[in-house]
Design a protein around this ligand. Structure first.
Ligand SMILES: Cc1ncc(COP(=O)(O)O)c(C=O)c1O
Length: 478
């Protein structure tokens, strides 16, 4: 062993020995910091609601299928003002949050036979894959790469055309679900996070959005855009203002779809793009409430999903509490005075630490969400390393030696189509969860680890391969 390798081995041994005394730092968890939760506001709204039978009786009963009407109206006004579109409560359906909502959308508007594939932006929000798989699409998720501007439309169209070409001589496909009133079955689904994406942090440019809607129309595709970070954008430096510049209000895919008018063949007016919104990141994930904005026909069809027919729209009580805060403007004020400044600060702290501790190892990091803008948003920073070692190995060593949890790029590959878009040199870091000082400490620990890895790559790779062998052995004797 060379002198430098032996020094790094003993550094690693020291690191492992002190791991137990190091506080766990979790830069994988995509939750809001407890400091950003509006507990006082929610408590006030809940007390007002529960003191007035005119409000609490409907709030505690089964709700209408499309959701708590005052919240639909409040959201329509708020979203209309924000995006410069005409408020229309008929375009809003209340949901149980973005995850539950996708499950319902798939129940009503897709079919495991008639819908040929789900095109998923890669890298992807990893927890979306099981939702898509549970709807019958296991093995039919297709990774669609991004470039600097967002989803690569040429690549997507090529892939869709190839699939159509391969399947054109198959016998005509019957649908599994058949015709159901108020619903339609799309031939394709396209899943994206158009603004401040999880995990890449990217915002898709306007021209890409327009191209994507045109493409969806051409191939009878439904675009589901998880727009859960739209309100969480800020200038990279400088003061925050409540008025957002246009680069923080890029039209949603559903707005572009609306502006293009319905396709000739779309006689019922379902449209081809929906916005999947959520209160998780602007109030708290535990409220389990969100909304879909789409054409009125789509919203009606979504509200006819069996589980909403039986139980009414989900999260009725939470929706009523949130409605109070939306109408009074208190939630918006909370976002302006606490959430956006808090995230702006955390992002700056994390980026400073990355430039200091990680950049020296040749890491590439995206500085702004929208290309050529000065804005960032969301919860995540995506780094790409060029060290010739898989970040999965680094993530395992980070846990073992540094008590540090990070997301390695392979986690964000599209299930079942991993080979089409590999991310084994990437790392996702969340700056929303841990306290500010732990963001710096965690990134510093990662820098220390990268230093040791650079010194002695072989040892880390050997350790990783031993771990794999152990796993295989345990699986074999199970
Ligand atoms: C892109 C994206 N979609 C959906 C969700 C989950 O949303 P919800 O809590 O509303 O189910 C998250 C949470 O991290 C997310 O990042």
């Amino acid at each position: 062993m060379s002198a430098s390798a032996s020094a790094s081995a003993s550094a690693a041994a020291d690191a492992t020995a002190t791991n137990a005394t190091k506080k766990t730092i979790n830069l994988l968890r995509g939750w809001p910091s407890p400091a950003l939760l509006p507990a006082g506001l929610l408590s006030g709204a809940a007390q007002r609601l529960l003191a007035d039978p005119a409000v609490y009786v409907p709030a505690l009963q089964y709700g209408p299928d499309a959701g708590y009407q005052p919240l639909r109206e409040g959201l329509a006004r708020w979203l209309g003002r924000h995006y410069g579109v005409t408020p229309d409560a008929g375009r809003i359906c209340i949901t149980g949050g973005a995850s539950q909502s996708v499950a319902c959308v798939l129940q009503s508007f897709t079919d495991p036979v008639a819908t040929r594939a789900v095109w998923v932006v890669a890298p992807c929000y990893h927890l979306m894959c099981p939702i898509l798989e549970d709807a019958g699409f296991a093995g039919r998720l297709r990774a669609t790469p991004e470039d600097e501007e967002g989803m690569d439309l040429d690549a997507l169209e090529r892939k869709i055309r190839d699939l159509e070409e391969r399947e054109k001589d198959l016998p005509p496909t019957e649908s599994f679900k058949g015709d159901r009133p108020g619903r339609k079955l799309y031939r394709h689904v396209i899943y994206v996070v158009a603004t401040c994406s999880n995990p890449s942090g990217k915002t898709m440019s306007l021209r890409r959005r327009e191209g994507l809607v045109r493409l969806a129309r051409k191939y009878d595709a439904l675009i589901i855009s998880d727009d859960v970070y739209d309100f969480l954008q800020w200038p990279i430096s400088g003061a925050l203002t409540p008025e957002r510049p246009p680069e923080m209000r890029v039209p949603r895919l559903c707005d572009i779809d609306l502006a293009m008018g319905f396709e000739e063949g779309d006689t019922e007016g379902f449209g081809n793009a929906i916005s999947n919104g959520s209160f998780s990141k602007i109030a708290g994930p535990g409220v389990r409430t969100g909304w879909v904005e789409a054409s009125p026909a789509f919203v009606k069809g979504l509200s006819m999903t069996g589980s909403s027919r039986s139980g009414g729209a989900p999260s009725q009580m939470s929706a009523a509490i949130l409605s109070d805060l939306v109408h009074s403007g208190e939630l918006e004020k909370h976002i302006e005075t606490a959430v956006r400044p808090g995230l702006q600060r955390r992002h700056r702290i994390a980026m400073d630490a990355i430039h200091r501790y990680i950049a020296p190892f040749g890491a590439l990091v995206r500085e702004s969400s929208l290309l050529r803008s000065h804005t960032y948003g969301g919860y995540f920073i995506w780094l790409t390393l060029d060290m010739g070692i898989q970040t999965k190995v680094i993530a395992e060593a980070a846990l073992e030696e540094e008590n540090l949890i990070i997301g390695s790029g392979d986690m964000f590959e599209v299930h079942g189509d991993e080979a089409s878009a590999k991310f084994d040199s990437a790392i996702r870091l969340c700056f929303a969860w841990e306290p500010e000082e732990d963001l710096v400490e965690g990134i510093r620990r990662l820098g220390d680890l990268l230093h040791r890895t650079q010194q002695d790559k072989g040892r880390y790779e050997a350790q990783a391969s031993r771990r794999e062998q152990d796993k295989d052995y345990v699986n074999a004797i199970k």
